[in-house]
Structure formats: C-alpha cells, structure tokens
Design a protein around this ligand. Sequence first.
Ligand code: 5GP
Length: 348
Amino acid sequence: MENETDAFYRELPKVELHAHLNGSVSFKTIEKLISRKPHLNIGHDMTAIGKGQRRTLDECFQVFKVIHQLVDTEEDILMVASDVIKEFAADGVKYLELRSTPREDKNTGLTKKKYVETVIKAIQQCKSEGVDIDVRFLVAIDRRNGTDVAMETVKLAEEFMLSSDGLVVGIDLSGDPTIGDGKDLLPALQRAKNCGLKLSLHLSEVPSQLEESDLLLNLPPDRIGHGTFLHPEVGGSQSLVDKVLKHNIPLELCLTSNVKGRTVPCYSKHHFKYWYELGHPIVICTDDKGVFSTDLSQEYQLAAFTFGLSREAVWQLSQRAIDCIFAPDTVKQQLRQKWIDTQPQGIK
Ligand code: 5GP
C-alpha cells in the first residue's frame, strides 16, 4: 500500500524531458507484445533490468535491440506510445517530451515517416481521450548510423515540425556513446538548429568523449542528456563546465539509469550533487523507465532521499523543470499555473 511519502511524490506534478520511447515500455505492455510475437521466444528478463541488478552500458544497448524486435509494426508503435503516455500521466507527469529513433522494417512495411506519424497519432489520440498530460516529440538520431542518416532524420523532423501542429519540437542525439563521432553529425545538428528545432544531446556519458563534448557544446545544444563526465571531479574539465554555465544549458539527469548502467558507481556519487550545488538548471528524468524498472516519482524520491532534499526543495525542482521545456512560452505559463493550483499547503 502506498504510504504518505510515496503519495507526495506520486501527486507531485512533474515534467519528464528525457524518455526514450522503446526504453519506456512497461512490463504490462511487454507482455502484450510478447503474446503478439510468441515465436521470438523473448522473456521479460531480456527486456528489463530489475531491482538491485546492474549491467554494463553495452548490455543495456543489447536490451534495446530485443525490444526493437518486439516493436516493429505501426500497430505495435501505436500501442507502445499510447501505453507509455498513459503511464506517465498516471504517475503525475503533466508535461512529457518523448523521444524515439524512427526505424524502417521491410518485412512489416514500416517506414521512418510512418513511424513518426504513428507516434504523433498516439499523442493525438491520448489528447482526444482527455488524458491529462501535454506530450511533445523529439525525433532521435542514433549516432551509430552516421552522417547521412543523421541528415535524413533532421529533414524528417523538419517536415513534421511544420506539419504536426507544434508536437515535434526537437532533435535528440543518442545511441551507444562508444560508437561513432559527434563531429560527423555536426552538419545535421547545425541544420536542425538553424531551422528552429531544439537540440537535446547526450553528452559525456562515458569518459572518452571530452573532445566531442567540447565540439558539441559550441553549437550550443538547448539541453544536455546525462553529462556524466563533464565536470573535473570525474575526469572532465573546468572549461567544459564553464561552457555549460556560460550558455546556461540545463542537464537531464537520470539516476537509476546511470547506476544500473554502471556509468555512476552509486546514487550518492551521482553528478546530481555537483550541478545541484552549483544552482545550475537540472531536470530529474527516467531515461528508460521500462528497461530500468523505475518511474519519475521514484526518481524524485531517490534524489530527495540520497541528497537530503526537503519537500520544498523537491517541489522547486519539479517546478523549475518547466523553464527547460521545448514547447513555447504559452505552454510554460499554463504549466506554471497548474503547479500553483496544486501546491500543497506548507510548501512555499
Ligand atoms: P527508441 O529510440 O527506439 O525509442 O529508444 C531506444 C533507443 O534510445 C536506444 O536504441 C538508444 O539509441 C537510445 N537510448 C536509450 N537509452 C539511452 C541511454 O541511456 N544512452 C544513450 N546514449 N542512448 C540511449
């Protein structure tokens, strides 16, 4: 049964800005997908990392490949996106930016364009059903796929930015950080920026990316995913930190993902502390709530417990995330009002 503390975090209105669609698929939805494709012989242990378990980053990326096998038709994408949106809403998320890498599949007739259209359809359907959440979409570039695919992805996102009634708001750069070079993706990212797409880039997820991070920070991106190894205490550099501070670029921080993926040794050593103490804008996110068996309420609770945050501090953290969203100012105003309307007594 939910206790009073759990209820506080569940009821806390929240903003989720770093959620990969196929990493966010819940146990329940995976079950439905498995029953649609029993011949694949996929078990739950292959699609999620349970409590207390940890994997290497490489093993985490293997998990996404398994989930991709289960999600390879328009019908699957529609169900997955719609379930994920409703689950975030049930967890008290009022504004969600979902991100996903468009895929094509010759066997099922899936095209990248259909992929994006289907995610948009799920967002629109949830809206028309009255689900209490504002959802936007970031089209993701998988760094593994190189220059041409990155450019093709940006063009696709550009097309949908103009035709989706504000639902497609930006580009995500993700994928295995040990593969590919960010330098090759610069022309595509620059184009995205020039045409008005916002940029959220995974930066310094592993220690070997200092040069690349320096280069990508010159764009500059609008938000940073993880940024685990940017600061000097973990082998990053003050000049990288200075660039982040100069451009005031918010960081999307995903505690459980980083601990389970072993890029951070334990919760108390998470770089949340470094950036929080600087007073820099940070947003607590889930990354892959399905794969890492978590949700956003739990992530807030974990941060509060680990770093001794008061309820007031937690409330401020969730409220300040509104400043970092990619949707326009009118949406920010609406969200700010929502926070004011639901603020519990005793929290200033
Ligand atoms: P999808 O884009 O298929 O909806 O979500 C899964 C994909 O998101 C993965 O294949 C990977 O490219 C990306 N992804 C998910 N989690 C992470 C992460 O923690 N780090 C990085 N770099 N990429 C991730």
